[in-house]
Design a protein around this ligand. Structure first.
Ligand SMILES: [Zn+2]
Ligand SMILES: [Zn+2]
Length: 160
């Protein structure tokens, strides 16, 4: 089934991957979807083709979130709607993708090796974080207004 949740995303792309959720309704925040669509506008600007955004993880039920070692109370858990997604785009580094998400605004952004986490939860405690060996380092105490600055403090310039 290919029912679109928004212009470029299908509900199935956000489905919890566990067997229990195979037939469950996918619940994804319309605010998050609109932010993801705004990211696509920026990504595709100047291109004559659409660069697909891959959803690595959308909804997760409590069990699945626990199984993969997700943060308890994760924004991936639909309550009632999933407000977080892990995404990647081929040919765009995680920090570059993060900067695009920052440009859209209203997103919390986690930078990882595999891509980025974005969610539409208000920035508490932090707006940005960087996963170092799966453990997040939060921006709150360092720099909450400038993702690149924060990234450079944590990683130095080598990661770019
Ligand atoms: Zn599930
Ligand atoms: Zn995530």
């Amino acid at each position: 089934m290919s029912i679109y949740a928004s212009k470029h995303f299908k509900f199935n792309e956000f489905r919890c991957p566990c067997p229990k959720c195979r037939r469950k309704k996918v619940r994804i925040s319309s605010l998050l979807l609109s932010k993801l669509e705004m990211m696509i506008v920026i990504i595709d600007r100047g291109l004559d083709f659409h660069k697909p955004v891959t959803v690595l993880s959308g909804n997760r039920c409590e069990e699945e979130n626990k199984r993969i070692g997700g943060f308890p109370g994760s924004e991936h858990i639909p309550a009632p709607d999933g407000e977080g997604a892990d995404i990647k785009v081929k040919g765009i580094s995680p920090i570059k993708l993060g900067l695009i998400a920052e440009k859209v605004g209203g997103l919390r952004i986690g930078i990882a090796k595999w891509g980025i986490h974005v969610d539409v939860k208000p920035p508490c405690p932090s707006k940005f974080w960087i996963y170092m060996e799966r453990k997040p380092i939060y921006s709150a105490k360092i720099e909450n207004n400038d993702l690149l600055k924060f990234y450079q403090i944590i990683k130095g310039k080598e990661g770019e």
